[in-house]
Design a protein around this ligand. Sequence first.
Ligand code: NAD
Length: 351
Amino acid sequence: ERVGWAIVGLGHLSLEELLPAFGQSKRNKLVALVSGDRAKAQAVAKQYGVPDKGLYDYKTFDRLKDNPDVQVVYIVLPNSMHAEYTVRAAQAGKHVFCEKPMANTVAECQQMIDACKKADRKLGIAYRLQYEPHHRALIRMARDKELGTLKLFTADNGQNQGEPNQWRHKKALAGGGALPDVGIYCLNAARYLSGEEPIEVHGFSHSTPNDPRFKEVDEHFAFHLKFPSGFQANCTTSYSTHETKRMRLMGSDGWADMDPAFSYGGLRLRIATKSKAFPKADDTVERSFSQTSQFAREMDHFARCVQENTVPHTPGEEGLADMRIIEALYRSAREGRTVKLEAPKKLDAFR
Ligand code: NAD
């Protein structure tokens, strides 16, 4: 029996990626939609075969409680709304899958975790790349020390956000600018590739004066993370550069390069290690894996957790861990100093 999902919010990500991904999903079916726009919801419902009784708006949302076809509620709303709708979904007795960034503050993340725990429901955060085969292969290589001891990581994730009047440019709705929206991919990768949590962070924020898009939120954010082993990550993120989505992991015996690394498809992974035959040369190989929908993969993983009653690979704690660092980075940028972080509880159990 497939797991029934309700999609909350019919914006770009839902319409262009998530709804089509149900077609590739092995364990899920789309059974409900939540939208403030009835006509849009009806048109989408018709296209995807969602019954009329599966249509809700933000006022009738809590009636999901009475719909036994819905097991998982997927929150795909502006960031500031993630906490409220996650808590309400849990109170309606549903498992919750929520888009990144998990919320706008650590306190909200904690409320979401607590609400799901109290309702005995699962909470998963949509870190699609942690389910993606190239990233998974690289995590495995890093753990198996195929690049030697991990030393350094650089990553850049930027895109040019055109439209000025969107929620992404309003601090109250977005929480911040490039950092929580796209910089989070660099941060999350530094954590899952190293398997460590940073103990010192430094951030630099910049917004071009008079650019209406960046009155409230950061245009660029550059940041540095230092980990207990001595591993360091140096990252940039931007809302005003043409798409750059790359990363490089450097170890004592080799490097791995991914460009693009953070897009929905077309990822390319190259690995260089010292040549055994020619000691002064490198063996550089490109490794390719399946590029089927990252969204279908993460949703299938979560469905399996629901069916088999296991802990999701990227639970609420994973979203909170990133938010804690994002808060520290904004404090660092504001105060112009390095911020130290206490080592948190180990998250390795989830990796
Ligand atoms: P979007 O603006 O295209 O869609 C947001 C939807 O929320 C719209 O349908 C809008 O009508 C609705 N909405 C409800 N109340 C609203 C309000 N008060 N103000 C504004 N909109 C409101 O955004 P999106 O790009 O689909 O992003 C939605 C979420 O998905 C965000 O949290 C974003 O970070 C995340 N996202 C994740 C990925 C990924 O790769 N995992 C990619 C894009 C977006």
